[in-house]
Design a binder for this molecule. Structure first.
Ligand code: FMN
Length: 210
């Protein structure tokens, strides 16, 4: 199946059948999210993978009671950094030096530029920037899920403060940003499963400037 066919097959499942997704598929979906590019390579988010049914039951009422939360196999919570700190920036730059095995002057200058700007910025502005990076990983995870023939539902329909409380995210310097269910569609019961996908035409989306 070609990528475009898989993306046409993918839709935001409204109901799932509870079937468990094999761990090797989950691992490849998470690896794709890990490989997502982010601004300055900071990867300013973490992903919580919830398999625990009790925890899903707790989250469902604060997620507009969407049934797919408890019907899915794995519930991913993308949690962005609440702000940029010196430690967080240094961690990624040090990791890069360690993995590549050398220090580069340009890279070190860039570290100093970020250190002189990001930690001083408003925390809300930093969180919003971090959240955008988490959304890139969300997109890639959805494509990877479709590639595995695993259904998914991206979800912003939840109360982030309540999810933060349930998972104790604020104590970790994180804020829930977006959810992604992984599982298998209940094709016969999902009103959306067989409806034609609607997207605006290319000419309303793309402007080519020669
Ligand atoms: C960031 C984001 C948040 C979304 N939140 C929800 C949600 O809370 N509940 C839901 O059923 N669908 C949600 N959706 C699904 C969209 O409504 C859906 O992707 C869109 O209508 C396009 O349809 P398709 O994904 O089925 O092709 C969300 C999608 C995105 C990308």
């Amino acid at each position: 199946m070609e990528l475009i066919d898989k993306l046409n097959w993918r839709y935001a499942a409204k109901t799932m059948n509870g079937k468990v997704v094999a761990e090797d598929k989950i691992e490849r979906i998470l690896e794709a999210a890990r490989l997502a590019p982010t601004s300055s390579g900071l990867q300013p988010f973490e992903i919580f993978v919830i398999k625990n049914q009790d925890l899903k039951e707790k989250i469902r009422p604060v997620a507009w009671n969407q049934s797919v939360i408890t019907e899915c196999s794995h519930l991913l919570v993308f949690a962005a950094w609440d702000t940029y700190t010196e430690d967080r920036i240094n961690y990624m730059f040090d990791l890069t030096n360690e993995i590549r095995g050398f220090k580069n002057e340009g890279w070190e200058n860039y570290r100093q530029k970020l250190l002189s700007e990001y930690p001083q910025q408003d925390a809300e502005e930093n969180f919003n920037h971090a959240a955008k990076q988490a959304f890139i990983a969300l997109g890639i995870a959805m494509v990877a899920a479709a590639n595995e023939k695993v259904d998914s539902t991206p979800m912003e329909g939840f109360d982030p403060a309540a999810v933060d409380d349930i998972l104790g995210l604020r104590d970790k310097g994180l804020r829930s940003t977006v959810l992604l269910t992984l599982g298998y569609r209940k094709e016969d019961e999902d009103w959306l499963a067989n409806l034609v996908k609607v997207r605006k035409p290319m000419e309303d989306l793309i402007t080519v400037i020669e």
